[in-house]
Design a protein around this ligand. Structure first.
Ligand SMILES: [Zn+2]
Ligand SMILES: [Zn+2]
Length: 357
């Protein structure tokens, strides 16, 4: 069977590898169909490991953690998924894959926050992921996607990141939220916030992404290169108070001081975008405004299940704006090209999908 193997930074080779046999106890074998390419894939592909959580042996690795797949061998898995729901999958079921394997006993795990487990293993990063024709994974990671199409199903993972960020944010219906970045995570955050009854101002330098944000339900969109101007604009948008919630998804370190300046007194800033950059902040703003600056990483199994419902309610197949998220498709044989294309950040690209099988 074919697999796209990242042998070392910048070197991905599609080659014949020996696949799994029958599913071992507690495992299932799936056939990936659609795999989304994401920013964390760029970090691993390019060798920028400082931006990734955890430091382990990364190469060689089959990447891909945003996976839609079909169950080929359900093994002995008539059990429960990691969110504790009955998940008896059968051959032919379409599933989304929660890509995270926590250790189960470290401090975050004991706090029921396995998404930041100190030694978690992430599919496609610490373990081989979806850019291959067959894959054996623990049965608890597969979540039935019902009648979702493959593109929507591989978008469940980024959507779960947005669901988790808004839980960390304690979002209330009717709140006004500024979302920095209108890439896939920013747009997923926008969709999830609107779905919960929030009003969203989306900030991004790329006009086509701002247009897409509008179509996906943003009340307002903007790009203002100078920090002070944005604070002024958001004050106007919120009748002078400033937004109670700012979510940073762009991965630009310099957004944090801007977000802290923009957010209202007693507000929350949630940082989702991964970056190895640094930015100076005025520490006095913390007590002065009594703001919460909150980090958010990946998603729990419960968030993942909620993300399936969110994507189902906004699915691409209904001809909604969601379909426009899946801007480019590449076959598995051209997986390296897909990542390089995504990394070149063409303005018309949103979610790049590799189709497998
Ligand atoms: Zn991702
Ligand atoms: Zn742990």
């Amino acid at each position: 069977m074919l697999a796209a193997v990242t042998r070392s930074p910048g070197e991905m080779v599609v080659e014949d590898v020996s696949g799994p046999g029958r599913a071992r106890a507690g495992h299932v074998i799936v056939r990936p169909e659609a795999v989304g390419i994401c920013g964390s894939d760029f970090h691993l592909f390019s060798g920028d490991l400082g931006a990734l959580s955890g430091r382990r042996d990364y190469y060689p690795r089959v990447q891909g953690h945003e996976v839609s797949a079909i169950i080929e061998d359900p093994g002995d898995s008539a059990g429960q998924d990691s969110a504790g729901q009955d998940s008896a999958v059968t051959q032919g079921d379409r599933v989304a894959i929660w890509p995270l394997i926590p250790c189960g006993h470290c401090y975050p795990c004991r706090q029921d926050r396995p998404n930041v487990c100190v030694s978690f293993r992430l599919l496609g990063m610490h373990l081989d992921g979806g850019l291959q024709e067959r894959l054996e994974i623990p049965a608890g990671l597969v979540f039935k996607a019902g009648d979702l199409d493959p593109d929507s199903t591989c978008f469940v993972e980024p959507a779960s990141v947005a669901v988790h960020a808004l839980k960390r944010a304690r979002l209330q219906p009717g709140e006004q939220v500024v979302v920095f970045g209108a890439g896939p995570i920013g747009l997923a955050t926008l969709v999830a916030a609107v779905h919960q009854g929030a009003r969203v101002l989306s900030v991004d330098p790329v006009a086509s992404r701002r247009d897409l944000a509008k179509r996906l339900g943003a009340e307002a969109v903007t790009w203002i290169p100078q920090a002070g101007q944005l604070t002024e604009l958001t004050r106007d948008w919120t009748d002078g108070e400033g937004p109670p919630l700012v979510v940073e998804t762009s991965g630009e370190a310099g957004v944090l001081p801007q977000a802290m300046d923009t957010v209202s007194q007693a507000g929350r800033v949630v940082v989702v975008g991964m970056s190895s950059g640094t930015a100076p902040v005025r520490t006095g703003a913390f007590p002065e405004k009594e703001i919460d600056v909150i980090g958010s990483s990946c998603a729990t199994a419960k968030d993942f299940r909620d993300a399936i419902s969110l994507v189902a309610a906004n699915r691409a197949a209904n001809g909604t704006a969601m379909a426009a998220l899946f801007s480019h498709h590449f076959p598995l044989a051209r997986a390296a090209e897909a990542i390089e294309f995504a990394m070149s950040r063409p303005p018309d690209a949103v979610k790049i999908v590799v189709t497998v099988n």
